[in-house]
Design a protein around this ligand. Structure first.
Ligand code: GLN
Length: 382
């Protein structure tokens, strides 16, 4: 029989997206795959409505519609604190998912090593393998998800081509401190390594934690490929609008990969999203407030259900310890919970390099009423 690519043997289908299908099948409350059940900002919907008749409906410039790039450069320069040229420093992609894949293919040769912190969002392993590179894992140790600087240095000694930095971090909710970022930056310079970021939760950070863009640290812009998207910030995960921000030298190469992968992100959606990129600071403050409230509401139920967790500092996930639940296996536990409790979570084992079977991940990007209903059901775990 004709065999398919050997590369694909290195990973499975997404466990996260599989859990959504299972949740739908049993009509559970889906706290597995992270996406909102509430509407995007009203202004954005109005702008989309306008685009239906006004267009554009044909391809945008492959690396991003000029108006979109201009608005994005303005917004990101403000938040990242670095000058970003819309014509030189941006590629607009189909979600951050494509951005990360482009970043990997732009930087790596077959056989190159890439450092990934574990637990990690499952795409990074697959992206690495698909681009022909080899992952080197460095542990983020629960419950606080700190890393051992010596272990990180040992990983850098293997001369990796790149390190992936998800900050704020999925699934752990960790926000890397300035000190930690400083250390990563120092090692990246010493060993001449690219830093590929996933910063899709850049605006979901809980006080007193603060998100720092590693690209903004001295001397880091030249070696950082900052990937992010509009999905989480404006609650539009289905629009598939992401981007890469990097130096002109890197962007010139990344454009080629992007062009041949997807040609471009949806033109009418880029046009409509210009409105979102122009929202005032108050929008981001409100977003932070809303997510803090969601987090606190959901965590209060976890506490009442007698579950142990690490309080997230950012992003919208929480890792929960199920070792006391007597199930012994996170995958079986999640399947059982969907059917018997009516709430879907993601088995923690899909995020860790080493075998971890006593953790699961919930997300809380849901309306407060959804979180309360899920919370009430989770009390049944007691
Ligand atoms: N980032 C989301 C999660 O971890 C899912 C994104 C996706 O499925 N593309 O749940």
């Amino acid at each position: 029989m004709l065999s398919t690519s050997k590369r694909l043997k290195g990973f499975t289908e997404s466990v996260i997206r599989g859990m959504t299908r299972l949740s739908n099948k049993y009509g559970a409350i889906n706290l597995s795959q992270g996406f909102p059940d509430f509407d995007p900002p009203r202004q954005l919907l109005d702008a989309l409505k306008e685009c239906v008749y006004k267009g554009p409906h044909q391809y945008a410039v492959t690396w991003g519609a000029p108006r979109f790039r201009k608005a994005l450069a303005k917004k990101q320069s403000r938040f990242m604190g670095i000058p970003i040229d819309p014509d030189e420093n941006i590629v607009v992609t189909c979600g951050s998912t494509e951005a990360m894949m482009v970043a990997m293919m732009t930087t790596c040769n077959p056989g190159d090593k890439v450092i990934i912190f574990s637990p990690f969002y499952e795409n990074y392993g697959a992206d690495t393998i698909l681009s022909g590179a080899v992952p080197v894992y460095v542990e983020l140790r629960p419950p606080d998800f700190s890393f051992d600087p010596d272990e990180l240095r040992r990983a850098f000694k293997q001369r990796p081509k790149a390190i992936v930095l998800c900050n704020p971090s999925n699934p752990s909710g960790k926000v890397f401190s300035r000190k930690e970022l400083g250390l990563i930056a120092k090692l990246a310079k010493e060993f001449d390594t690219f830093v590929i970021t996933d910063e899709v939760y850049e605006h979901i950070v809980f006080k007193p934690y603060v998100h720092t863009y590693i690209a903004s640290l001295p001397g880091m812009f030249e070696r950082t490929i900052s990937c992010s998207s509009l999905s989480k910030t404006y609650s539009i995960t289905g629009w598939r609008l992401g981007y890469i921000i990097a130096s002109g030298r890197i962007i010139n190469e990344a454009r080629k990969v992007h062009d041949f992968l997807t040609v471009g992100a949806p033109a009418p959606l880029q046009e409509a999203a210009v409105t979102a990129l122009g929202l005032p600071n108050s929008y981001y403050l409100q977003l932070q407030k809303d997510y803090t409230r969601k987090r606190d509401v959901f965590l209060s139920y976890l506490g009442k259900a007698g579950l142990h967790y690490t309080t997230p500092q950012g992003a919208y996930y929480v890792m929960v310890d199920i070792s006391g639940m007597g199930h012994g296996d996170d995958v079986k536990f999640c399947e059982w919970m969907v059917k018997e409790i009516g709430v879907a979570a993601v088995p923690g084992s899909s995020f860790f390099k080493k075998s971890v079977k006593d953790m699961i991940r919930f997300h809380f990007a849901k309306k407060e009423e959804t979180l309360r209903s899920a919370g009430e059901r989770l009390l049944g775990l007691k």
